[in-house]
Design a protein around this ligand. Structure first.
Ligand code: HEM
Length: 398
């Protein structure tokens, strides 16, 4: 693993990528005012106990840090606890089904070839710009039913909301945090208005797309209110591309770093899905999830008081040697591989089948078209500056 750290100059903010942690599995960080969870059994436990570890993190963030009344998180599925969560999840799952996703396979393959052909004509291939970013964005835009040609707008909004390089801290002066959030309000409102217009249009004139299915979805005679449709579409648009972009870049990086594994996967394509799973474990795209304690709780040998913000470091848990032998090795044959990259329990990633499909189809095609699949030594790999998002932002192929 040290080789990887040196070879790719892995930034310090991805501490879990820089070697096995030796500290306690749960610890309080007085600098940020939050509790950090690094151990696998502890993270596994938290994600399975939503009554104690609530997804509503806003309730413990001091007043003044979030501009009052400006954000509506109504229907923001990742922030909702039972019983409301179950109802919303059932509604959106009825629109975003496995069949809807599975039907996308030929389109994903065609798009991957188109994007790679276009890059070949330009004479270079920078994986993120040429494939890993546009592919999932076009797929989710087409699925939702918004014009894929508007993707420069989606990128502008996503960058404004996600590219924050500082680590979140509860001790940050409220005014600073507030000012930071104010800067994201403009893009947030633009994105909401854009999706609200499309949702209204679908109510008037239904089409064969996911937005129409969402406005029409019904469970026990109830439909989703407009604000919830818009907020769910925002989750899909954002979650639907940033994470899969990271997954594709990280998988190519893993195969570059472990050439003998690349040879094995190339020789036996049945290993492609396992390579995707192992990339998710080793370079976990969403490295941390937030939860808030609803009561005092014992975990990993310490007591966490009630109403505290807990950061569950999936990136670290997925490399806990108590769960994964030789955790720094990229081993697609690892079986079982119960990584937590898609979360666990009631909030388990709804887009996992889509992300897995995109990863599998794109990797198969990359292996067909590039032998070997190698990073360009002349153009060093660069990483995303946000500590909770493990991914490359530039990776040129040789
Ligand atoms: C939830 C990771 C791709 C939609 C989650 C969660 C994780 C995650 C860790 C759990 C959040 C929590 O418990 O607080 C990932 C990764 C992806 C990926 C690593 C790609 C490699 C996608 C895609 C979509 C998507 C492609 C949709 C198009 C969602 C949704 C939820 C979710 C809607 C919320 C589920 C709920 O709260 O019930 N994802 N995701 N994700 N993801 Fe993904």
């Amino acid at each position: 693993m040290t080789d990887i750290v040196e070879r790719y100059d892995i930034p310090e903010h991805f501490f879990w990528l820089r070697g096995t942690r030796s500290g306690p599995p749960v610890e309080y960080d007085s600098a940020t005012g939050m509790w950090n969870v690094y151990g696998y059994p502890e993270a596994h436990h938290i994600l399975g106990d939503p009554a104690t570890f609530s997804s509503d993190t806003m309730r413990v963030i001091p007043k003044g840090m979030i501009p009052e009344g400006e954000f509506s998180l109504e229907g923001f599925i990742t922030q909702i606890d039972p019983p409301e969560h179950g109802k919303l999840r059932k509604l959106v799952s009825s629109a975003f089904t496995r069949k809807v996703v599975a039907d996308l396979e030929p389109r994903i393959a065609a798009l991957t070839h188109e994007l790679l052909d276009a890059a070949r004509e330009r004479g270079r291939l920078e994986l993120v710009t040429d494939l890993a970013y546009p592919l999932p964005v076009i797929v989710i835009a087409e699925l939702l039913g918004v014009p894929a040609g508007d993707r420069a707008l989606f990128k502008k909004w996503a960058d404004a909301l996600f590219q924050r390089d500082a680590k979140f801290s509860l001790n940050e002066p409220a005014e600073e945090r507030n000012a930071d959030i104010q800067a994201t309000l403009g893009p947030w409102k633009e994105m909401s208005a854009y999706l609200a217009d499309h949702a209204t249009e679908r109510r008037r004139q239904p089409r064969a797309d996911l937005l129409t299915r969402l406005v029409e979805a019904e469970v026990d005679g109830e439909r989703l209110p407009d604000q919830q449709v818009v907020n769910f579409a925002i989750v899909l648009l954002l979650a639907g591309h940033i994470t899969t972009t990271m997954l594709l870049g990280n998988t190519v990086l893993c195969l570059d770093a472990f050439p003998e594994q690349q040879e094995k996967v190339r020789a036996d394509r049945a290993l492609v899905p396992a390579a995707i799973e192992e990339s998710l474990r080793l370079f976990t795209p969403f490295a941390a999830l937030g939860r808030s304690t609803t009561r005092e709780v014992e975990l990993g040998g310490v007591t966490i008081p009630a109403d505290k913000l807990v950061m569950v470091w999936l990136g670290a848990a997925n490399r806990d040697p108590r769960q994964f032998p030789d955790p720094g090795a990229f081993a697609p044959g690892r079986d079982p591989n119960p990584h937590l990259a898609f979360g666990r329990g009631i909030h388990f990633c709804l887009g996992a089948p889509l992300a897995r499909l995109e990863g599998r189809v794109a990797l198969d095609i990359l292996l067909d078209r590039f032998d070997p699949l190698r990073t360009d030594p002349e153009d060093p790999v660069r990483f995303i500056p946000t500590p909770t998002m493990t991914g490359v932002r530039r990776l040129s192929l040789a």
